[in-house]
Ligand binder design. Structure first.
Ligand SMILES: *Cc1c(COP(=O)(O)O)cnc(C)c1O
Length: 225
């Protein structure tokens, strides 16, 4: 796909997914490898949040598109990019260590802002994936409560990749259980509101299991080349 055809397909895809979403679920367009033109088409069709995996690419894309949309970091963040990430993004979905949270906190303090963050949960216990194990999440959450310029607002998870959405269900369930436990614990300075899980193949299952942020690339923009 290219040019006009692609733009039209993207519009239709966004409208179709938005029509199917229950109230209160936010559709994040996962923009990695996509062109500015493709992402602009998605925004014009109703996308309000763009998710990007890479800080530098997001910076260029955000500048090219102007002040439209909100921006979530959905890829792993290295500490040496925390300052730039704090400048660009409206939410960091992938916090997975106290050192990273503390670095973000210092950068946000310098900028006079408070950054909403999610903890990334490695629900599949995969060595190659980032995120904290489900049983480590509350510990990290409590440490983060000491920081005043980041605000913990929920969890994000990927889960092991599979073409069959049902394979993802147990990992989404685990993440929701930890989410509910932390919500019930009622720690000060934590506001558990967002559960980001589900991608192109798995978003319906994710919503059934409690997701209120879904991150979709392929079903909006087509297959990544
Ligand atoms: C690429 C990506 C997505 C979207 O994946 P699709 O299968 O293309 O919908 C969602 N979340 C993260 C973290 C991603 O990197």
């Amino acid at each position: 796909m290219s040019g006009i055809t692609n733009v039209n397909a993207i519009r239709r895809n966004v409208e179709e997914i938005l029509r199917q979403l229950p109230q209160g679920v936010t559709l994040v367009a996962a923009a990695k490898t996509r062109t500015n033109e493709e992402v602009r088409a998605a925004i014009e069709a109703g996308i309000q949040v763009v998710g990007h995996n890479y800080v530098q690419e997001a910076e260029l894309m955000k500048a090219a598109l102007g002040g439209v949309a909100r921006w979530h970091l959905i890829g792993h963040l290295q500490k040496n990019k925390a300052k730039k990430a704090a400048e660009i993004f409206d939410m960091i979905e992938t916090v997975d260590s106290f050192l990273l949270a503390a670095k973000l906190d210092r950068e946000c303090a310098d900028m006079g802002k408070v950054m909403p963050i999610l903890i990334e949960i490695n629900s599949g216990r995969e060595a190659a994936k980032s995120g904290v194990l489900p049983e480590e999440a509350e510990n990290l959450a409590v440490l983060i409560t000491s920081l005043s310029h980041v605000r913990l607002m929920g969890f994000m998870t990927l889960g092991p990749f599979s073409d069959n959405p049902e394979d993802s269900r147990p990992y989404f369930k685990t993440t929701k259980e930890v989410f509910d436990a932390l919500s019930r614990a009622g720690h000060a300075n934590i506001d558990m509101r967002f559960l980001s899980m589900g991608m192109s193949s798995s978003w319906r299952v994710a919503i059934e299991e409690g997701a209120n942020i879904i991150r979709i690339g392929t079903s909006i923009f087509g297959a990544r080349s």
